[in-house]
Design a protein around this ligand. Structure first.
Ligand SMILES: Nc1ncnc2c1ncn2[C@@H]1O[C@H](COP(=O)(O)OP(=O)(O)OP(=O)(O)O)[C@@H](O)[C@H]1O
Ligand SMILES: [Mg+2]
Length: 257
């Protein structure tokens, strides 16, 4: 039986002045799947994620998450509803330890984060949760090191841990393998897959690495100039001529620049 729809957008739109960055995107994401968004540079993928997470307000259209209209909710509200997101650039506190970075992400969603006095019991819960996540992302041995001392690949695992810390149901991962050495990519992707399948979570992934996209996605949406160009299973997308043309066009532009 098909999984229920966890997230859908209807004609979602975002302009920046005259530029239409997201141009009437309607899509449906099924729960407990890994759904990738691909497309050339500037296609609107990050902007689309920013709209879903509440980091940006749409100029038109609707977003429905688990049956609830979240179109105009700010990021802290979408986070409370179980949407966690990463950014294309590394977003960690370099001087805090790995454990502290993850613990802060647990606390950020706790009810008492602005209270001066915190119960000992609550702090202990955050600490325990942080250790669980540190183990889950395979950083137990580095837990007490400042984050800046981690190699890039481990920093990306830490970012994943920071998103995972408040136990979101839907993870929006914007190029999680960006900047990683290619031999490190399978390990991170295996980790993302374990989190998705083992934890019964939904993952939306923006990714440029085609091997990653084809090997790990259940479904792929292709964006081009802000709009959906194609959608389907990896085999359908790989065989789609419009998709090939969009990518080849992009490659060509990169070559002549
Ligand atoms: N805050 C902003 N103000 C003005 N223009 C923006 C803003 N954010 C994005 N854009 C523009 O919107 C378009 C879509 O950008 P976006 O970052 O969403 O693309 P992308 O698909 O994530 O690209 P990449 O693969 O390079 O990350 C681009 O033309 C970009 O320059
Ligand atoms: Mg982007």
């Amino acid at each position: 039986m098909a999984e229920p729809i966890i997230l859908e957008t209807h004609n979602l739109r975002r302009e920046f002045g005259a530029l239409v960055a997201v141009d009437g995107v309607s899509l449906q994401v099924r729960a407990r799947t890994l759904h990738s968004i691909i497309g050339p540079n500037g296609a609107g993928k990050t902007t689309f994620f920013n709209l879903l997470s509440g980091n940006l307000k749409p100029t038109g259209g609707r977003i429905v998450y688990k049956g609830q209209d979240i179109t105009r909710l700010p990021v802290h509200k979408t986070a409370h509803l179980g949407i966690g997101r990463s950014f294309q650039i590394t977003n960690i506190f370099p001087n805090l330890t790995v454990l502290e970075n993850i613990r802060l992400s647990c606390q950020a969603l706790g009810r008492d984060n602005f209270r001066f006095w915190k119960s000992h019991r609550r702090l202990q819960q955050y600490e325990e949760r942080a250790w669980t996540v540190v183990n889950q992302v395979g950083l137990a041995e580095q837990a007490l090191l400042p984050a800046r001392m981690l190699p890039h690949g481990a920093q990306r695992k830490l970012e994943l841990g920071m998103i995972l810390a408040p136990d979101p149901e839907l993870l929006l991962l914007d190029e999680p393998t960006a900047g990683m050495a290619s031999e490190q990519v399978p390990e991170l992707m295996a980790l993302i897959q374990t989190i998705q399948a083992g934890g019964q979570k939904t993952v939306m992934l923006v990714e440029h690495n085609m091997n990653v996209v084809m090997n790990y996605s259940g479904r792929i949406t292709v964006m081009h100039h802000g709009a959906v160009l194609a959608e389907g299973a990896p085999s359908e997308i790989a065989a789609n001529e419009m998709v090939q043309t969009a990518y080849l066009g992009e490659l060509y532009r990169n070559v002549i620049e």
